[in-house]
Structures are given as structure tokens and as C-alpha cells.
Design a binder for this molecule. Structure first.
Ligand SMILES: Nc1ncnc2c1ncn2[C@@H]1O[C@H](COP(=O)(O)OP(=O)(O)O)[C@@H](O)[C@H]1O
Ligand SMILES: [Mg+2]
Length: 240
């Protein structure tokens, strides 16, 4: 489980995150939705120990990332589709990752098959399409069979088949009981993929929505999202 508590991040005097708190539960896909600049990537980078918060905390299974002893076995993340060196083959990239984390080569072959890259495993990543690089990123995230999966804007730039693949993969990972958090600025994508949506604006949690409840509220996710983030945007437009 992921727990973010009173998380604040200042860049200079500008707050990217402003006492942000939320939890992400296992067994469902949680969407982290907000316009560009809302603070999604900042939150995920702090969660994964890549940035330090100004105050507050972000915990995975009750601990900050830097205190997790075998991180790849607890949390798999794709923050950037271009994390693999273009001169390496897909298999070599995963082998290196596996070796430094005490994971065997059989597991590398298994995740390559799982993400549909077995046939191109020995080709260089430099020749891969964005969709193939995203699949490779997800293969790396799955290497340690982690209970928590975090993806930052995974469908950016993907074609329809790639988007559908990501959607069904994330849904099946959640159905296996894992905690799945994906960020996106694309509301329609989140509505199709996530069960629960955290709406972020200006570094704050604006609302938390169960997608299944939306018809009851007589609204679409688009209605709710634009109302909430429209208010946040107006607030931002006030001259300083
Ligand atoms: N390294 C940085 N230095 C200064 N400002 C940053 C840095 N990273 C992000 N920001 C600012 O923090 C805010 C949130 O950015 P980000 O987390 O990337 O948003 P999102 O991922 O939701 O688009 C933005 O205003 C952005 O310009
Ligand atoms: Mg971002």
C-alpha cells in the first residue's frame, strides 16, 4: 500500500506539492489525474526516493523508499520510457537489472514473454518504437514480482493497440491483488483504466472519485474533472 502524508515540495518559493495526502489500496487500479504541472511526477519521484520532500512523507508498505531493503521486489516503477540504453538489447538491459538485484535469468525470459517482447529480446533498444520501450519499462518493473506498480504517464505517445495493452495489463496486475498507481493528464484514459481516481491540482488533492459511482452522481469524470481543475486554473491565473 502507498501512503502519502502532508507531502510538501517547494521549488524555490513555489510549492509544487502543498500538504498532499492520499492512500492507494491494493486490488484496484488507482488513477492519479491532473493537468500538466499539477505535481504528479513530483509526487511519484518523491515516492520512489528520487527527490526529497520539503516536508511530509511518502511511504510504500509503511516505509520510505530508501529504507526498503529489496526495492525491486516491493515496487516496480516506470517513470520514463527511455530508461534503457539504446545500444543495449532488451535482454541485456533486463539481465543487468536482474543481476544487481539478485534475480535469475529465467525471470528475465519470463517477463520478456509476459510483455510480448520475446521475439525482439535480442534487438537493440535504440530501434524500438515508443510502445516497445514502454513494454520494456514494464518488464523491468515486473522483474522482482512486486506488490506495488507505479507508472508515470504510461500511455503518452502510444498508439491505440499500445494503450489497450497497457490498460489490460494494469487491470490484470490489480486483479492479482497488486497496488497499481498510474498518473495521467488524460481524463478519458483514466476513466477507462482506473477504478478509483485521485484528482490533483496545484499540488493539492481536489477530489477522490470511484469511477463506478459517477453515474450515481449524475456526472461524467470529465464533468467532475473540468469543474475541479477549472477552479484550480482560475486560482492560478490570479496575478502575483
Ligand atoms: N526540478 C524542478 N525545478 C523546479 N520546478 C520544478 C521541478 N520539477 C517540477 N517543477 C515544477 O513543479 C510543478 C509540478 O510539476 P510536475 O510534478 O512535473 O507536474 P505534472 O507531472 O503533474 O505535470 C510544476 O510547476 C513544475 O514546473
Ligand atoms: Mg508529469
Amino acid at each position: 500500500m502507498i501512503a502519502v502524508r502532508e507531502l510538501t515540495k517547494l521549488y524555490g518559493h513555489t510549492p509544487a506539492l502543498d500538504r498532499l495526502s492520499f492512500e492507494v489500496r491494493p486490488g484496484v487500479v488507482t488513477g492519479f489525474l491532473g493537468p500538466n504541472g499539477a505535481g504528479k511526477s513530483t509526487t511519484l519521484r518523491i515516492l520512489l526516493g528520487l527527490h526529497r520532500p520539503t516536508s511530509g512523507e511518502a511511504l510504500i508498505g509503511g516505509r520510505p523508499y530508501r529504507r526498503i531493503r529489496r526495492p525491486l521486489h516491493e515496487v516496480g516503477a516506470v517513470l520514463d520510457a527511455d530508461a534503457a540504453h539504446p545500444g543495449r538489447t532488451a535482454r541485456h538491459h533486463l539481465d543487468c537489472l536482474a543481476r544487481t538485484n539478485g534475480i535469475g535469468r529465467a525471470r528475465v525470459a519470463a517477463v520478456l514473454a509476459e510483455v510480448g517482447l520475446a521475439a525482439v529480446a535480442d534487438k537493440r533498444v535504440g530501434g524500438f518504437s515508443l510502445g516497445m520501450r514502454q513494454r520494456l519499462g514494464i518488464a523491468g518493473a515486473l522483474l522482482g514480482d512486486p506488490g506495488v506498480i507505479v507508472l508515470d504517464e504510461p500511455v503518452n505517445g502510444l498508439d491505440a493497440a499500445g494503450i489497450r495493452w497497457i490498460r489490460s495489463t494494469l487491470r490484470s496486475l490489480a486483479a492479482q491483488g497488486r497496488t497499481v498507481l498510474l498518473s495521467s493528464h488524460l481524463m478519458s484514459e483514466v476513466a477507462l483504466t482506473a477504478d478509483r481516481v485521485l484528482i490533483l491540482g496545484r499540488g493539492r488533492l481536489l477530489d477522490e472519485i470511484s469511477v463506478a459511482d459517477l453515474p450515481v452522481r449524475g456526472a461524467t469524470l470529465e464533468d467532475v474533472y473540468l469543474r475541479l481543475t477549472g477552479e484550480a486554473a482560475e486560482f492560478r491565473a490570479v496575478p502575483r
